[in-house]
Design a protein around this ligand. Structure first.
Ligand code: FAD
Length: 388
């Protein structure tokens, strides 16, 4: 029987969420073991979009407040990480331009602009840009016949550089074990079992295994979810193109398509979403390029830009049924999300929302499961509780 190791905190999964959880715990002086079945950053966190985009600022709730706090604080957290590791994470508060494609969108835009004024604490603007859009870089004026909305809160980070910096910090503390797969969780015994038959004992077990977290957490979540899976993986693709620019362009976002300018004359374009797929989850499918062609319509300047990278990954999508939502609702007071706000209505805990917190009924088992389009912007605070 292989030896059992032990630590204060065991983190399963070395993606953006697991590595941040480990950084917080290490900085608080705890002993930490991070295990990843492959290599750190090789899951969904290893792509190249890195868009950090706020939820719409109308119909404000605790989730939006939490995300705002995260986007507001992320630069400081990244600068600290860069200072600790010497690795530039490619962060820039670049803003975002969203084209308005029909008249009705202008009314919605005004409501959102009022929401930003009320809820973004006067720190970041959101404004209507009247047509024709000619002064905002690369958005084709014909793609925005009714103007566009620009927000100054959105930002971008280079996911691979960001992941490398976190990996450097965690591995530098001797806390990272790659090539080690957890096969079962035994929270009552404070233990996780690995594929080689060994086990790791820990006071706190953090499951940050991306979309594969649902497999590990099945015995604990499905009873709360009317017997149904608590989530699924949604596969997506992105490409990276080479395009000379001064790195002062905003993100362009429309209807699921992102164009994200990065340093070094690179631009990331994404992304697709598929519940089902053939073959390996990370094998790029050349037939799945509709998002790219739509992006070229938004930003025709990219038409001749050579594609220099292709990437596929799977992100988690929670599918909490009402029973599960009710169970999580009971835990809300202890989640980072609600800990960050005072008297706002609790987040709706809708099906696609992230979940960061203890698994109901298992104090020592923490689930860190990201949500759509939000994870990179909030990962640095998702488990800040571990730093206390
Ligand atoms: C095409 C695409 C574009 C995206 N664009 C953006 C974007 O612009 N902005 C944004 O915020 N988000 C974006 N996302 C979502 C984001 O990438 C994910 O939500 C995020 O990376 C999830 O991070 P994670 O740490 O939870 O999971 P992952 O990065 O997937 O890490 C999980 C890790 O756990 C390991 N693991 C799994 N099972 C086990 C096990 N049993 N034992 C040990 N280790 C295990 C895996 O090897 C992996 O390294 C995008 C996703 C996709 C697919």
């Amino acid at each position: 029987m292989p030896a059992t190791r032990g630590a204060d905190v065991l983190v399963i999964g070395a993606g953006i969420l697991g590595l941040w959880a480990a950084r917080h715990a290490l900085r608080a002086g705890r002993s930490v073991i991070v295990v990843d079945e492959g290599q750190a950053g090789a899951g969904a966190s290893g792509g190249f979009l890195g868009a950090l985009m706020p939820h719409m600022p109308d119909r404000w709730n605790a989730k939006k407040q939490f995300q705002f706090n995260c986007l507001d604080s992320i630069e400081e957290s990244i600068r600290e990480l860069e200072a600790d590791t010497g690795i530039d994470c490619g962060f820039r508060r670049c803003g975002r331009l969203m084209p308005l494609t029909h008249e009705g969108m202008r009314g919605h835009a005004q409501v959102r602009i009022a929401g930003a004024r009320a809820n973004w604490q006067g720190r970041y603007s959101m404004e209507l840009v009247e047509p024709p859009i000619v002064d905002r870089g690369w958005l084709d004026p014909q793609s925005a016949p009714f103007g566009a909305v620009f927000d100054a809160l959105s930002a971008r980070v280079d996911p691979r550089a960001y992941g490398s910096a976190l990996r450097e910090f965690v591995a530098g503390a001797g806390a990272l074990t790659e090539g080690a797969r957890v096969t079962a969780l035994e929270p009552a015994a404070g233990r996780a079992v690995l594929a080689d038959g060994s086990s790791i004992a820990a006071a706190t077990i953090v499951v940050a295994a991306g979309w594969r977290a649902y497999d590990l957490l099945r015995p604990f979540l499905e009873p709360l979810n009317d017997g149904r899976p608590a989530g699924r993986g949604v596969r997506g693709q992105a490409v990276l193109v080479e395009f000379a620019h001064d790195d002062n362009l905003p993100i362009v976002y429309h209807d699921g398509v992102y164009v994200v300018p990065h340093a070094g004359n690179r631009v990331a374009i994404g992304s697709s979403s598929h519940d089902k797929w053939d073959g390996a989850p990370d094998a790029f499918d050349p037939a799945d390029m509709d998002f790219y062609h739509r992006a070229l319509k938004l930003a025709p300047a990219l038409r001749d830009a050579p594609v220099i990278g292709r990437w596929a990954g799977v992100r988690p999508r929670n599918t909490f049924e009402p029973a599960m939502r009710a169970a999580l609702g009971g835990e809300m007071e202890r989640l980072s999300i609600s800990a960050e706000q005072g008297s706002l209505p609790p987040p709706p805990t809708g099906p696609a929302d992230p979940y960061f917190g203890p698994v109901p009924g298992h104090e020592n088992l923490i689930a860190l499961i990201g949500g759509f389009k939000i994870t990179f912007g909030v990962a640095h605070r998702a488990m800040a509780a571990l730093s206390q």
